[in-house]
Design a protein around this ligand. Structure first.
Ligand SMILES: [Zn+2]
Length: 76
């Protein structure tokens, strides 16, 4: 086992972990059906299909799947 390879994997995992929390803190999604703003509730949302600024997720309000647009949350 190449230990440099392992270190590389740890660094990549850390970057993904940090990006996840950063995105969760700063961005939300807006339902295309009922226009509710929401946060994805699980890691699965991040594994789903997505293109830049849009993600295919299920709305917790109306339970419909759709291409939710990514919105930048207001700094509180
Ligand atoms: Zn909805």
């Amino acid at each position: 086992m190449n230990e440099y390879y392992l270190i590389f994997l740890v660094i990549i995992a850390w970057i993904i972990f940090r990006l996840f929390f950063w995105q969760r803190k700063n961005y939300g999604y807006k339902c295309p059906h009922c226009h509710t703003e929401f946060q994805p509730t699980s890691w699965l949302a991040y594994l789903g299909p997505h293109i830049i600024f849009r993600r295919y997720v299920k709305c917790p309000q109306c339970q419909k799947l759709g291409w939710a647009s990514v919105i930048h949350k207001q700094a509180s």
